[in-house]
Design a protein around this ligand. Sequence first.
Ligand SMILES: [Zn+2]
Length: 204
Amino acid sequence: MDSTQVKLELFNDNYFDLFEKEKNEVMTSLEGRVLKSVLQKNNLPENFRSLVQAHLKKNSAHPCDEVRQDLAGTPAAEKDLRALYARLNREYFDGGMAVRIEWGKNVKTANRRSLRFGSYDSRKKLIRIHPRLKQDFVPLTVLELTIYHEMCHDYLPPVKRNGQWQTHHRDFKRKEREFRHYREAMHWEKAHWAKLLAPSPPES
Ligand SMILES: [Zn+2]
């Protein structure tokens, strides 16, 4: 069956000018939409159906199409929170930030999607980073983005809009995206969150 492939063609090439993204990204997204609606049909030949399903599965293996290179892990010994914080402070905040930072406790929480890897206590001016990010398979950039995210909370406090406090508001998100490897780090998190949430290894 290897010779059989699912391929979509678009007749009007100008279509791609409507989008800011690269042509291949638009195509993948479009393909997904078309093929999913094809699968809704009841009278599809079974071999065609399984071919389409396999193709969709293959494409969804990459949660974020624009990033093709996966980041490598960084040994725990190289993960010095204070040094990383100091560097980020210089690079993104003109050295003007004055908060403390420490590893959090390795609490055995139930495995769930919502586990937070960093927190910021504005009263104590203290950032805590979850020790799971110390693990060797976690890239330094991912740890850095987590620290940077919490630093942004100090730099851009919550704002009240329509009677609601917003922490990740527009200005916050804009500042967060200034992080040089934002997309790579987000991509890694999306691809590896299940491993990050897996039962944590014994304390070293
Ligand atoms: Zn946050």
